[in-house]
Design a protein around this ligand. Structure first.
Ligand code: KGT
Length: 281
């Protein structure tokens, strides 16, 4: 069994947001939702991908992006410290000195309860998709893909592996994080409506079941601008694949208990990771 695991159940909160180009209003929305999670006893709060903003103009989106030490991102750090919660900012538009001026990163940043940055993961699968009359997005026009997977980190709710949105379609990254000790897999998202209807719940539950991990997916919802809508349905899934909470299609929060005892009992009863045929694949 896992050494030194917290035996207490821990409450987490997931914020379902609907952002636009107004960074100040988006920040206020995040603060209200984090406050709500905090009052429901959450020790860890999750914000979705693009919690800072979504713009209809891709080049404007790059111009609006910020360095990790910017005043904007300090606000999220302060928020974590003010409420005394760990805070996952599931996807921020992050400018990076290494990148060309017309590109940014799509970064998942985790702050601890003192507001200190504990993890930065740059989304490594970029969403270039063209389904006629349904979805057309070319993320590589504006985003530099992440160059590495980030080791899961210890948190008060367990070992947490960070991914972003479209990464959920690539089981390889989740199984690598599981191999490195992840107990909680996170997929902050801004899923499109048609792909969300068809695939969202199936993908999240599959990642939970095959890895025997909790899956936490904070999502964007509703209309962001005339050309962009998100599916919503933020979810917390347990390692058996049960959906513990789902946010439907409105802005708001959901909470659930993370119980690592339960996770380790399942892994003992059905030790799939030790049944892997590494000799075959
Ligand atoms: O554009 C921004 O500002 C923030 N980034 C996003 O919303 C990203 C890239 S366009 N969205 C997705 O990856 C949707 C994936 C999806 O919907 C699927 O896999 O079906």
């Amino acid at each position: 069994l896992r050494p030194n695991y917290p035996t207490m159940k821990q409450i987490i909160g997931v914020c379902q947001m609907s952002v636009d180009e107004n960074i100040d209003q988006n920040l206020q929305q995040a603060r209200d939702l984090v406050s709500e999670c905090n009052s429901r006893g959450a020790v860890f709060v999750f914000l979705p991908e693009a919690c800072d903003y979504i713009s209809s103009d891709r080049s404007k989106s790059v111009k609006m992006s910020n360095f990790l030490d910017s005043d904007l991102f300090k606000e999220y750090s302060k928020m974590a410290a003010e409420f005394g919660v760990w805070l996952s900012c599931g996807g921020i538009h992050r400018r990076c000195a290494d990148d060309p001026g017309d590109k940014m990163r799509n970064s998942h940043v985790v702050f601890d309860a003192d507001g200190v940055v504990r993890l930065v993961y740059d989304k490594c699968h970029l969403f270039n998709v063209d389904i006629p009359n349904k979805v057309r997005l070319q993320e590589t026009d504006t985003v530099v893909a992440g160059k590495s997977i980030v080791e899961p980190i210890d948190t008060p709710i367990g070992k947490l592996g960070a991914m972003v949105c479209y990464d959920v379609r690539f089981p390889q990254i989740s199984s690598k994080l599981r191999e490195k000790g992840a107990e909680i897999l996170t997929y902050p998202s801004a899923f499109t409506v048609p792909t969300g209807h068809a695939h969202w719940e199936a993908l999240l539950r599959a990642r939970a079941i095959e890895n025997q991990c909790y899956v936490v997916a904070a999502a964007q919802v509703g209309v962001h601008n005339s050309s962009r809508k998100s599916y919503g349905h933020s979810m917390i899934v347990d390692p058996w694949g049960t959906v513990l909470a789902c946010a439907g299609d409105r802005v708001g929060v959901i909470t659930a208990e993370i119980e690592l005892d339960y996770l380790w009992k399942l892994r003992q009863e059905m030790p799939v990771s030790s049944h892997m045929r590494h000799d075959l694949y």
